[in-house]
Design a protein around this ligand. Structure first.
Ligand code: PEP
Ligand code: MN
Length: 480
C-alpha cells in the first residue's frame, strides 16, 4: 500500500479503476487536450467554502446539526434550465425549513447538483430494442448509458466522448452560478413571497400546503422576534465566514459522485493561500463534497486512492456487501488522523436489511474510535422494476421503513443519525404537474399513474409532495 507521502492527484492511475470508461480512436486522441484545458480553468468552489462545510459536518457529527443531501440521481445537460434549477433548489430549501422547524437544529444543505452527471452501471453493455432495416423490432447490444459527461442516452451516441467532460464543467459552472445568484438575491428569504412560490401552488393536498405555510409563518415570526431582541448570531455554526457569505443568506453546498477520476484529477488544485483554508493541501475544486459509490469503494482501488488525498469532506456509500473490518480499514485509509467532519457514511441496505447490517457497521466504527457522520440513504436499496409498466420505481413506504429502522438502530446503539441522502426533485412537467416516478405517499401515486410524467432517465425520484411528506415525518420524529 502506498503511504500518505506518495499520494499525488494522479497516483490513482497506478491502481485498478472500477467502472472504467474507454475512449477509442479520435476520442482517445482528444482526451489529453481536454484534461489539460480543464486543469487550467477556474475552480468551481473555493477552499474556504470547503472548510466551512467540513466545520459544519463536524457539528452534524456531534449532533448539533442535520445534513440534508438531496437531488437528482443524475442531472442531464438538457435539464439545465433556470426553471428546473429554481424548483430543485426550492425543494431543498422547503424540505430543510420543515426539518429546522421540527428539529430546532440548523440544517446543512448539500445538493446532488451542479456536477452529478456520471453514473455507475451494473453492466457495461445493455440490450435495447431497435427497429431493424426491414422495420421489424430487433434486440441489439450497445454500450450502457454512463451519464451525460460520458456518452449520450440516444443509442446512436453511446461512444464515450471527452468533449462531454468539458461540457459537464460548463454546465456545472452555469448551474452553480445561478444557484449563487438566486441565493444572494433573497430566493431563500422567509420574507416576501419566495417560499410560497417555490413550488407550492400545484400541491393537491390542502393539508400539506397549509402545514407548510404555517411553518413559514411561524418561522418568520420567530425570526422577527430574534432580530428585535438582537439574538440572531447564536453559536458559531457558519465556521468562520459568518452570515452573508458566498451564498447570501443561507449556505448551500454542491456534490456529486466522484466517479470520473480523470475529471476529478483535472479539477484538483493545490491550495497556496493561508487563512481560512489549509495551505499546501489539495482541494477538489469541482464540488464541496464528493462521494465514493457502492461499486467503486474497493480498498486497493483507484477511487479510494484518489479520495484519500483531498481535503474535501467525503461520503462513502455503505451497502449490504460491506464487511465491518473492511469499513474500518476504508475509513482508516481516508481519514488516518481521525478528523471530525471528514467522513460521512451513507448507509443504503434496503428496508428489510437494516437490522441485519447496520448494527455491525456501527459497532465496528464505534470500536475503531473513528468520528463519522451517519447518513441514511433510503433510496438505493429499495429500487425495483414495476411489473405492469417495466419502469424502475420505489415505494414511498419502503423509503419510510428504511429511514425509521435506521433511526431506531442508531438510537438503540447510542449513535446519532446525522442526515438523509435522498433522490427527489421539485421539477414539474410542461403542464405544471409533479413527476410520477415513486409509488405511494399522501398523493397515493399508483402503478397506473407511473407512466404519466416519468421524467428521470436514471433512478426514480420522490416528487415535491412525496418529499414534503417525508420532511414532515422526519420533522415530527425530531420534535418528540
Ligand atoms: C447513487 O447515489 O445514485 C448511487 C448510484 O448509489 P450507490 O452507489 O449507493 O448505488
Ligand atoms: Mn441513484
Amino acid at each position: 500500500m502506498t503511504t500518505a507521502e506518495q499520494w499525488t492527484p494522479a497516483s490513482w492511475k497506478t491502481k485498478t479503476v472500477a467502472q472504467p470508461v474507454h475512449y477509442t480512436g479520435q476520442n482517445a486522441e482528444k482526451l489529453p487536450g481536454v484534461l489539460n484545458k480543464l486543469s487550467s480553468l477556474p475552480p468551481l468552489v473555493t477552499p474556504a467554502e470547503v472548510e466551512r462545510l467540513r466545520h459544519q459536518l463536524s457539528l452534524v457529527q456531534s449532533g448539533k446539526a442535520f445534513l440534508l443531501h438531496a437531488g437528482d440521481c443524475a442531472e442531464s445537460f438538457d435539464s439545465c434550465t433556470a426553471g428546473n434549477i429554481e424548483k430543485k433548489v426550492g425543494l431543498i430549501l422547503s424540505f430543510s425549513l420543515v426539518l429546522v422547524w421540527g428539529g430546532r437544529k440548523p440544517v446543512v444543505r448539500v445538493g446532488r447538483i451542479a456536477g452529478q452527471y456520471a453514473k455507475p452501471r451494473s453492466s457495461p453493455k445493455e440490450k435495447v430494442k431497435v427497429k431493424g432495416e426491414n422495420g421489424e423490432e430487433e434486440v441489439r447490444e450497445v454500450m450502457s448509458f454512463r451519464g451525460d459527461n460520458v456518452n449520450g442516452l440516444d443509442i446512436k451516441d453511446r461512444d464515450p466522448d471527452p468533449d462531454r467532460l468539458m461540457s459537464a464543467y460548463f454546465h456545472s459552472s452555469t448551474t452553480l452560478n445561478y444557484i449563487r445568484g438566486l441565493l444572494s438575491s433573497g430566493f431563500a428569504s422567509l420574507y416576501g413571497t419566495h417560499p410560497r412560490d417555490w413550488s407550492l401552488k400545484h400541491v393537491r393536498s390542502d393539508s400539506l400546503r397549509n402545514s407548510f405555510t404555517d411553518i413559514i409563518d411561524s418561522l418568520s415570526d420567530a425570526l422577527d422576534f430574534s432580530q428585535t431582541i438582537g439574538a440572531t448570531k447564536g453559536e458559531n455554526f457558519e465556521g468562520g465566514a459568518g452570515r452573508g457569505g458566498a451564498f447570501g443568506e443561507v449556505d448551500f453546498y454542491v456534490s456529486h459522485e466522484g466517479l470520473m477520476l480523470d475529471y476529478e484529477e483535472a479539477l484538483t488544485r493545490k491550495n497556496t493561500v493561508s487563512g481560512n483554508s489549509e495551505t499546501n493541501s489539495y482541494y477538489n475544486s469541482s464540488a464541496h463534497f464528493i462521494w465514493i459509490g457502492d461499486r467503486t469503494r474497493q480498498l486497493d482501488g483507484a477511487h479510494v486512492e484518489y479520495f484519500r488525498g483531498i481535503r474535501n469532506p467525503i461520503g462513502i456509500k455503505v451497502g449490504p456487501s460491506m464487511k465491518g473490518e473492511e469499513l474500518v480499514r476504508l475509513v482508516e485509509l481516508v481519514n488516518p488522523d481521525k478528523e471530525p467532519g471528514r467522513v460521512t457514511l451513507i448507509t443504503r441496505y434496503g428496508a428489510d436489511k437494516v437490522e441485519t447490517y447496520l448494527p455491525g457497521h456501527i459497532k465496528a466504527i464505534q470500536e475503531s474510535g473513528h468520528p463519522v457522520v451517519w447518513v441514511c440513504d433510503p433510496m438505493h436499496g429499495n429500487t425495483h422494476t414495476s411489473a405492469t409498466t417495466g419502469l424502475k420505481t420505489r415505494y414511498f413506504k419502503s423509503i419510510i421503513t428504511e429511514l425509521t429502522a435506521t433511526l431506531e438502530v442508531h438510537s438503540k446503539l447510542g449513535t446519532y443519525l446525522g442526515g438523509a441522502s435522498l433522490e427527489f426533485t421539485g421539477e414539474l412537467n410542461d403542464d405544471g404537474y409533479s413527476v410520477t416516478e415513486c409509488l405511494g405517499g399522501s398523493m397515493e401515486l399508483s402503478e397506473e399513474e407511473l407512466g404519466l410524467r416519468y421524467q428521470s432517465f436514471c433512478d426514480p425520484r420522490l416528487n415535491f409532495e412525496q418529499s414534503l411528506d417525508l420532511a414532515f415525518l422526519l420533522s415530527n420524529h425530531f420534535k418528540h
